[in-house]
Design a protein around this ligand. Structure first.
Ligand SMILES: [Zn+2]
Length: 242
């Protein structure tokens, strides 16, 4: 009986830590701006900022991973994520968004990701539509590796869900717009190349085509359940004239 009481107590403490650790770190974070150095695959971050666990239309794919601090970014990236989610409330009030892993508060090696090292990389889980035709959330939990193990076919469908390409494109468009106000832009989006035609055929897809790189090479890990976004300083003009 005593063992059971200890188990319940420890479980409660664990759940409380998972729920509130991220909030506590954000509450006590310093107000100094973030400083990023080095490339996304060999970089560092000083004064990285954690993204809130959830808002009106968004949530972390894992409260546990967020409690560990694996949801940290450069402060400018956090600002544009926040502003884009607010704008999505009016453009796509029905849609719900989940963000995935981003990086450590101090940057650096972020296993198992090859990049995500300087505060400018963010994974976003795909917004989805369920079998009933309604917008839904991609289920993210321990047993599907917080969403990363969900497999979509080359049409962007599973048995239960299909990718909401319209909401995905609107999200990317607004992220880029907001990033530009922070002196950044979206440099690269890694998303399964089979999905590109469906993404570019949407209203906002037409607006983002040519504004950011969508590599067509096959990454080691298939990017079907999430789209990886790399931000970069706006001074770079390599994508502007495409
Ligand atoms: Zn990524």
């Amino acid at each position: 009986m005593r063992k059971l009481r200890w188990f319940i107590l420890l479980l409660l403490l664990f759940l409380l830590a998972v729920r509130y650790t991220n909030d506590v770190f954000i509450y006590f974070e310093n107000s100094r701006p973030s400083e990023s150095s080095g490339p996304i695959n060999n970089g560092r971050l000083v004064n990285g900022k954690r993204i809130p666990l959830k808002g009106k239309n968004f949530e972390a794919c894992s409260w546990f991973l967020a409690a560990l601090g694996r949801n940290s970014v450069h402060h400018k990236v956090r600002n544009c994520l926040h502003e884009a989610y607010i704008e999505l409330e009016s453009i796509r009030p029905d849609a719900r968004f989940k963000y995935g892993e981003t990086g450590w508060p101090c940057g650096g090696n972020f296993w198992p990701h090859k990049t995500h090292q300087n505060g400018f990389s963010v994974d976003f889980m795909v917004p989805v539509i369920n079998a009933g035709g309604k917008t839904d959330e991609l289920p993210c939990h321990f047993f599907n590796r917080w969403g990363y193990a969900v497999e979509f076919d080359n049409k962007g469908k599973t048995k239960e869900y299909s990718i909401d390409f319209d909401a995905t494109a609107a999200h990317l468009y607004l992220l880029d717009q907001r990033a530009r106000k922070q002196g950044l832009r979206i440099g690269r989006v890694i998303f399964d190349k089979d999905f590109h035609p469906m993404l570019f055929s949407t209203e906002y897809g037409k607006k983002i085509r040519g504004k950011m790189d969508f590599p067509v090479w096959k990454p080691i890990v298939r990017h079907d359940e999430h789209y990886h976004v790399d931000f970069e300083p706006l001074v770079s003009t390599k994508h502007e004239n495409k």
